[in-house]
Design a protein around this ligand. Structure first.
Ligand SMILES: [Zn+2]
Ligand SMILES: [Zn+2]
Length: 363
């Protein structure tokens, strides 16, 4: 079918809206008319890392338009959020850990379906990489799999549903699922973007204390305090580790790293108490090597990677939606809306820190 999508042809150049042809749904696939789509950190660096030309975007919300012959989970007309892909067959999927699907890297970043087939072609009939997070939703329509769509509560506005599929569940899940921070435990959150602030909101729900947010932007630190942080540290004032240790009686029990800088990576480990655990939601320098002294881990500390907040989306996303509707997870405070035509501006605003969670709305 004919759709419109934002095609990234070169890194460092804004994507362009182009007419494209999208495959019809296979038996296990779901065609979603995109109503709104969030911009996430991964969309910003994707052009530097993955094969081009490509359509990115992985926080879609919309209405099911068509379903494949084997799909039973959703029907045309259902309001859905679209999340990350998972195979459903591997060891980790089978054990309830689809965020760590053994095929996850290929499914999110391979630019194709699980079997390697493409989904998009341009006007000249040339292939365009699609299936980014099994959706490629910077587009009028997204082709998802039955596994990565889920119905959302009727009361949740579609324009807010998309970010639950990645950024919000990553931060909230880091605290509630991966680290499972108990009530009363101390937590330091590095980076007060959408993932970090979601971690702060979840920590308030979990009863963590203190909850220490670290960033370099005063407006974000102020927002962190409104959303549940008990302390907000401006990293530009220095001595971040010392100040956290002083606030936590010898070191934090948990930390969450979302800023992706070498300094925050080190600080998120060094601020921990003995036996403390750090959840890494991102890495510095696009994952390139950098000097690091592992002696800092040799205090019984644990450093663990966090993908998608260790979420089981069919269970966790509806729960997050209900928490939002109950006023317990006000992540709408992070959102700035843009028209679909404004994707390049929204990407620049996210990159420059002018917007925390851009959401594009389609007419
Ligand atoms: Zn799997
Ligand atoms: Zn994301």
């Amino acid at each position: 079918m004919h759709i419109e999508g934002w095609v990234q042809r070169e890194a460092g150049v804004p994507p362009r809206l182009e007419p494209l042809t999208l495959d019809a749904p296979r038996p296990d696939e779901v065609l979603v008319r995109v109503v709104a789509v969030g911009v996430c950190h991964t969309d910003l660096f994707a052009p530097l890392r993955f094969a081009l030309p490509a359509v990115f975007g992985h926080e879609a919300a919309g209405v099911v338009e068509r379903v494949g012959s084997a799909v039973t989970k959703v029907r045309p007309g259902d309001r859905v959020a679209v999340t990350f892909g998972s195979c459903g067959l591997c060891r980790n999927c089978a054990q309830g850990a689809p965020a760590y699907c053994m095929q996850g890297h290929a499914l999110q970043f391979g630019g194709a379906r699980a079997d390697g087939s493409g989904t998009l072609t341009d006007q000249a009939g040339r292939p365009v990489h699609g299936a980014f997070f099994q959706q490629s939703s910077f587009a009028s329509h997204a082709l998802a799999t039955e596994r990565n769509v889920l119905r959302i509560p009727d009361a949740l506005p579609l324009e807010l549903a998309g970010p639950l599929g990645c950024g919000i569940q990553t931060g909230a899940g880091a605290v509630l699922n991966t680290l499972a921070c108990p009530a009363g435990s101390s937590l330091a959150v590095f980076g007060a973007g959408s993932v970090g602030l979601s971690a702060v909101m979840a920590a308030r729900l979990a009863g963590c204390a203190p909850i220490i947010a670290v960033d370099v932007l005063p407006a974000r630190l102020a927002l962190a305090l409104e959303l549940g942080a008990t302390h907000a540290l401006d990293a530009r004032e220095g001595e971040v580790v010392e100040r956290i240790v002083a606030l936590t009686d010898g070191g934090a029990q948990f930390s969450v790293e979302t800023a992706g800088a070498e300094q925050t990576f080190r600080d998120a480990i060094d601020c921990l108490a003995r036996l403390g655990t750090c959840g890494l939601c991102t890495v510095p320098n696009l994952g390139e090597p950098f000097p690091f002294a592992p002696l800092s881990i040799l205090k019984g500390r644990t450093v663990t990677g966090v993908l998608e907040g260790s979420s089981v989306p069919d269970v966790f996303i509806p729960r997050l939606a209900e928490l939002y509707l109950a006023g317990q997870l006000p992540y709408d405070r992070l959102v700035t809306f843009y028209d679909f035509a404004e994707l390049p501006r929204s990407l620049a605003d996210a990159e420059q820190g002018r917007a925390i969670k851009p959401v594009l709305r389609l007419a």
